[in-house]
Ligand binder design. Structure first.
Ligand SMILES: [Zn+2]
Length: 142
């Protein structure tokens, strides 16, 4: 859903997407994040849902510290930045699609090359109960 910037739902949506993104990048489930900051699971899933439960600055501050992400990063609208900063990945098992920052993928690619591994970096799927691997949807992105 798209909100106009003068609608306060806009910032809730931006933060909601970012919490989900950075939580997944860290490989955490919603349960794990809830546990780390001592909030209920329903509170975390509420933040990440499109229903946009309101939340306090303090809650976001705690989440940013737990995830190790700058507070300001959680308030940044990704859709405004260059899309090519991300590489599309897809799970070979559950089909879940995700975007990974290109800098991170390149770093792993370099590490792979040092160890003589010519494959493009793949990662464990972060979806619960899925032990699939996520691989680049379009190898031409490299
Ligand atoms: Zn999966």
């Amino acid at each position: 859903m798209e909100f106009k910037k003068d609608d306060e739902n806009y910032i809730y949506e931006v933060i909601s997407k970012n919490v989900k993104k950075y939580r997944k990048l860290k490989g955490w489930t919603q349960e794990k994040l809830a546990e780390e900051i001592n909030y209920s699971l329903s509170f975390i899933s509420g933040i990440e849902s499109t229903y946009h439960q309101t939340f306090s600055l303090g809650a976001i501050w705690r989440i940013s510290r737990a995830l190790g992400v700058d507070f300001a990063k959680l308030c940044e609208d990704d859709s405004l930045s260059n899309k090519s900063k991300y590489i599309n990945y897809k799970c070979n098992k559950c089909g879940e699609e995700t975007k990974l920052p290109i800098e991170m993928v390149k770093l792993f690619k370099d590490i792979n090359e040092i160890t003589g591994n010519k494959n493009l970096p793949s990662f464990d799927c972060t979806k619960e109960d899925c032990n699939g691997k996520i691989t680049p949807t379009n190898p031409m992105d490299f």
